[in-house]
Design a protein around this ligand. Sequence first.
Ligand SMILES: [Zn+2]
Length: 233
Amino acid sequence: MLTGLLYCGSCGNRLCYSHNTTHRKLADGTEKVYDRNLYRCYRRISSPTTCSGPSGYEMDPINEAVEVAVKDFLRRISVIPREDLIALAGIREVRNAEVTHKQAVKDFEEAQRQINVLEEEAMKALTGENKLDLGIVNNMIMKQKARLDAAAKAMEESKARLDAEKNQKRSNEIQVDEILTWASRFEDASYEAKHMVIAELVDRIEVKKDYEITIYWRMTADQFLGKRTEASA
Ligand SMILES: [Zn+2]
């Protein structure tokens, strides 16, 4: 269920699922088959000096501990109003980007307006309508144009950031709706569906000696809950 998400907390290697079958002859002559599902650190197995963790963990306790943590996460999420969740997932960033972009547009317009004024003055100096030194006016126009270029660049950048934040907000809304749907269905979900949900919520799970489990949540999840959760099997 957790393949691809599990890492050895000792060496950082990915843990791999492994199925072991052992046949054992009992005293009465019959044979008994033992099935074991394990997550193994192949680094520990192939080069024991580079990993100090166990070579394998029983699958079931780890799966159960992670399932409990995910269930708990979904339960805590589902009592928060949807709008608050979306806000938590990044509405503040959109507002900040809007303010920055508005200011950048204003700066650009102001720089443009000043160039227009200077160019008018330069024209008047040419026709003798005023007595300004054309060299000085031209110099000022040059400087103002450099400011205009900088303002145009800043405006472009703030627009790009605003668009990115808006897209992010839309995807946050979709993600929040998904998470709320999962919250209502996780309990009865199939094995595959649970794996899918866990993979969407969790970035990485580290397992250490004595089944000490640390769950690192993905972006949206950690905005609701914080970056890591300690669980125990
Ligand atoms: Zn290891």
